[in-house]
Design a protein around this ligand. Structure first.
Ligand SMILES: NC(=O)c1ccc[n+]([C@@H]2O[C@H](COP(=O)([O-])OP(=O)(O)OC[C@H]3O[C@@H](n4cnc5c(N)ncnc54)[C@H](OP(=O)(O)O)[C@@H]3O)[C@@H](O)[C@H]2O)c1
Length: 325
């Protein structure tokens, strides 16, 4: 197939492009700058620069590329720091998930593109009632934390319009597996505390496993939503001390809810105390997906044991968290 990858230079896009090429697909990959286009070219794709928020440009690019399939992996999450003003921090990504998705879907319709796969997110979205692990059929949170309302609405919008158009929305877990993952530096510096009892459940996914699932989704015929998460959703109080130990950091601090709310806002408190994780049973069953890193326990070891502090991006802000992206 000819596959048009929007966001080919990003964390997931750059893992996806080589896999698609390995599978025999032709790839046209987008980024926003000539610099990043060079990276995309080095991965083996035809590179184009494109702003997904420029709908006429999206139309022109897609019609010219004549793809069989489109993958939407564009986000604007690099250097994310302010989780207190959650929706403000996610505003650009929310536009990519709404306006960007609309532009790609419209162009896909006009160009007769047969397959469409888009990036969504699993953790911290399901209703905060009942068991800790949710399937795709379980309801989303009907009353999101006010600070995250727009972000939750943008993800729900993407899920809906993509599947209505016959495509697939992949609700990924929290990405890890790159030496500069945003989580590392705050954990090393003890700026990422356990809040309250740390009962909030996170679902993680190694970037390589996420890319493998994305290829399978592209080759799959039926529309739908899939949680692309590992086998072991886990409460923060479990995974965070393990990650700190692996990184050679001191154990995480413990913050009461009121103090965390003051410093980092309601969104982070919710994620750390009430979030539910995702079940990957449907993706395994229907896509035939198998994981190289079935649990973050092996994945963190593989990804981070040789990672040094200098690999991490610089950040001054305390209490950054795994983000619903
Ligand atoms: N599920 C998750 O946990 C999740 C999901 C996404 C990202 N993240 C994390 O967030 C951090 C940053 O992610 P990232 O490296 O993928 O970078 P990013 O800044 O989020 O960019 C991702 C891709 O989207 C493209 N893009 C951004 N704005 C665009 C626009 N207006 N129009 C078209 N394309 C646009 C970027 O192009 P350029 O390269 O040209 O900027 C890049 O190809 C990483 O640590 C990553 O792991 C986590």
């Amino acid at each position: 197939m000819r596959v048009f990858v929007a966001g080919a230079s990003g964390a997931i896009g750059s893992r996806l492009v080589p896999r698609l090429i390995e599978r025999g697909h032709d790839v046209i990959g987008t980024s926003r700058s000539p610099d990043h286009a060079e990276r995309v070219r080095a991965l083996g794709a035809k590179a184009i620069t494109l702003d997904l928020l420029d709908a006429p440009a999206v139309r022109t690019a897609v019609l010219a590329a004549e793809p069989d399939a489109i993958v939407h992996q564009a986000t604007a999450l690099a250097n994310l720091e302010d989780f207190k003003h959650f929706d403000r921090s996610f505003a650009a990504t929310n536009r990519l998930r709404t306006e960007g998705t609309d532009a790609l879907l419209a162009a896909a319709g006009e160009a007769g593109v047969r397959r469409f796969v888009a990036q969504s997110y699993a953790s911290a979205r399901y209703a905060r009632v009942g068991g800790p692990v949710k399937t795709e059929d379980d309801p989303l949170d009907p009353t999101p934390v006010p600070a995250m309302r727009q972000t939750e609405a943008a993800m729900a919008y993407l899920d809906r319009v993509v599947t209505d158009a016959g495509g697939i929305a992949l609700r990924y877990g929290g990405f890890y597996g790159a030496p500069n993952d945003g989580l590392l530096e705050p954990v090393r510096k003890r700026q990422f505390p356990i809040v309250g009892d740390g009962d909030g459940v996170s679902s993680f996914i190694h970037l390589d496993d996420a890319a493998a699932a994305t290829v399978l989704a592209l080759e799959h015929d039926t529309a739908g939503i899939y949680n692309i998460v590992d086998d072991e959703p886990a409460p923060v109080r479990e995974w965070l001390p393990v990650l700190a130990r692996l990184l050679g950091a001191k154990p995480p601090r413990h913050f009461p809810r009121w103090l965390a709310r003051l410093f980092a806002g309601d969104a982070l408190v919710m994620m750390q105390t009430e979030s539910r994780g995702g079940s990957n049973a449907k993706a395994k069953r229907e896509l035939g997906w198998t994981l190289r890193y079935p649990s973050w326990r092996q994945g963190f070891v593989a990804a981070y044991t040789s990672t040094t502090a200098t690999d991490a991006p610089q950040s001054k802000r305390a209490m950054r968290s795994q983000s619903p992206t």
